[in-house]
Ligand binder design. Structure first.
Ligand SMILES: [Zn+2]
Length: 172
């Protein structure tokens, strides 16, 4: 028998109404995901699963905790706190081509018996990360590395500007 998915909600036999679930998301979770840019984190998810009808559910999620990532400036590990609040509608369908997961509606086959929230947790965590992942306080960064890197970057930007300008000159 396959191992029970710890992030799955078994809904088919569930009575109508609201049901609460709690999940712990930790390093094992991130490590189990292939190609994940995230490897470390400790978060807790509280889920209210409202089976409003046999084919229609409302899911409210609250995820709180942090992920650990390398700082974009100095590469030292930093903890990024996250607080995610989301609601979505889950619909069951008979038609495979209608199956889809967008921001607020998740359509799955009516032959399914459980909802795997693991992938959803992961997507939500990824989309809520800041674009720039750096030490909040610049003093905490490995300063020498930054200045060098920024210097290099400015140099190469300038170089490509020069090339670009030369090309524009040629076209004149
Ligand atoms: Zn840093």
């Amino acid at each position: 028998m396959s191992q029970k998915n710890p992030f799955a909600i078994e809904f088919s036999a569930m009575p109508l109404g609201k049901h609460d679930f709690e999940f712990d998301i930790n390093n094992d979770f991130f490590e189990s995901l292939e190609f994940s840019p995230l490897e470390k984190g400790t978060l807790h998810a509280s889920v209210i699963f409202d089976k409003t009808q046999q084919q229609l559910f409302h899911v409210s999620l609250q995820i709180e905790g942090f992920v650990a990532v390398p700082c974009d400036r100095c590469n030292q590990e930093i903890e990024i706190p996250l607080e995610i609040d989301e609601t979505l509608v889950v619909k069951l369908t008979e038609h495979e081509d209608e199956c889809d997961l967008d921001e607020h509606i998740w359509v799955i086959m009516s032959s399914e018996h459980q909802l795997d929230l693991g992938h959803l947790f992961y997507e939500l965590i990824l989309t809520h990360l800041p674009i720039k992942k750096v030490h909040a306080n610049k003093k905490d960064c490995g300063v020498d590395i930054i200045t060098d890197l920024e210097h290099e970057q400015q140099k190469s930007e300038k170089k490509s500007d020069d090339r670009w300008n030369k090309l524009l000159d040629l076209l004149k």
